[in-house]
Ligand binder design. Structure first.
Ligand code: ADP
Length: 384
């Protein structure tokens, strides 16, 4: 910001002007003309002029609601007045005598003058920057609060779901106990070795489910705010999948691919960010269409995998993914050498993984080389 003021040599506060310019070469002539004109006016009446490059002080340009450059803003005496347009010099000519008059009028009978609105534009600019910063921090705080709420809700949901397998394990153990007690055996039907091993298997499966859920809870608790920000809500995944398939059908038709859908009508709602989940499904479908040859088949299916999770799968009959790269394809910028000639940046799957993880879900690929790939991801079920 350049300041072109000469401090007034009398106690009277001079006219205060801001001239907003931009530094594009095409604006050079217009800027010079108005500045030369103002210099001529200075010969008659002194004034305070600050020249502001809008590129350097965009928040000031926004605050004064500028729509063009150069723009001249009179900030003192009040009221503030903004002049802009191709006839800027003519407008200044018209207003100059009136501004001088209002300056005279602002001096009271006792010779006192009200304080100018801005002593220092730098101070003002600082205040605006701080206001922006406060706004940004407030937004960040709201986002973090929403994240925290999501996390708490998810942990409560997972903890609640632990009850089912726990009850199943304890019933299996109690039944086994009764079967081994000779007194009870007389009262009830004798327990066969097959029944016992079935109960043991059942208890083992359920305890593995408990272990998986505890891993999920720990993962949810560990998640940091550096993760992708999401705004989860009640979401109908089936409807979303159908809408996306409809949007991408042209792409697959042009390759004469068959699109299949298998989404049960009683699929539960999920608790997820609709825009982010849309990104995941579009990326997976885009890839399936891109990497599957003409005439291939692509299928989108969903299933209620556990009480707490819904799984979506996008399967294709493309070239498949070599076993050694099935984890690496989710890394940022990783592409199979084989596909280097196909357009892409290798970031789609990395983003999918970040989004799914932010929902405390999992994403992975099953594949058979030369036969196709199935990308699966899970999302939490919505609970009232
Ligand atoms: P991009 O497709 O832009 O390269 P992605 O991150 O979406 O980036 O995918 C990473 C790599 O994984 C791709 O370059 C490709 O080699 C492989 N890939 C992804 N989807 C499929 C698929 N459906 N079939 C075969 N290979 C795939």
């Amino acid at each position: 910001m350049e300041t072109m003021s000469t401090q007034p040599n009398c106690s009277k506060v001079p006219l205060q002007l801001l001239l907003f310019i931009d530094k594009r070469p095409s604006s050079g002539d217009k800027n010079r003309q108005i500045q030369e004109h103002l210099e001529q006016l200075r010969q008659i009446h002194d004034f305070d002029l600050q020249v502001i490059d809008v590129g350097e002080q965009p928040h000031l340009a926004e605050h004064f609601k500028l729509v063009a450059t150069p723009t001249l803003v009179k900030i003192y005496p009040e009221p503030r007045q903004t002049l802009a347009g191709s006839n800027l010099i003519a407008q200044v000519e018209t207003w100059w005598p009136r501004w001088q008059q209002s300056l005279e009028d602002s001096v009271g009978l006792d010779g006192d003058q009200p304080a100018p609105p801005l002593q220092s534009l730098n101070q003002y600019s600082e205040v605006l920057k701080l206001t922006d910063e406060i706004f940004r921090l407030r937004q960040e705080m709201e986002e973090l609060q929403a994240q925290l709420q999501f996390k708490e809700r998810l942990i409560a949901m997972l903890a609640h779901d632990l009850r089912n397998p726990l009850t199943a394990v304890s019933i299996a153990l109690e039944t086994l106990e009764m079967g081994l007690d000779p007194q009870q055996q007389e009262r009830y039907v004798r327990m066969t070795p097959e029944m016992m091993s079935q109960l043991l298997r059942h208890a083992r499966t359920q305890s593995k489910a408990i272990d998986r859920m505890i891993t999920d809870i720990l993962q949810a608790a560990r998640t940091t705010s550096s993760q992708l920000q999401i705004q989860p809500q009640k979401l109908n995944l089936g409807e979303l999948c159908l809408e996306i398939l409809d949007r991408l059908s042209n792409q697959s038709e042009s390759k004469m691919q068959h699109l299949k859908v298998d989404i049960p009508s009683d699929l539960p709602l999920v608790f997820a960010d609709p825009d982010r989940v849309r990104q995941v499904i579009i990326n997976l479908l885009d890839n399936a269409i891109k990497y599957t040859p003409t005439g291939g088949t692509i299928e989108v299916s969903a299933l209620h995998r556990t009480t707490q999770k819904v799984q979506v799968s996008v399967c294709d009959t493309g070239p498949g993914i070599p076993a050694e790269n099935r984890e690496r394809i989710f890394e940022d910028r990783f592409r199979l050498e084989r596909d280097e000639a196909t357009e892409g940046y290798g970031i789609g799957l990395a983003l999918c993984q970040r989004i799914v993880k932010a929902h405390y879900g999992q994403i992975w690929v099953d594949s058979e080389l030369g036969r196709g790939s199935c990308f699966h991801f899970t999302l939490p079920v919505f609970r009232i």
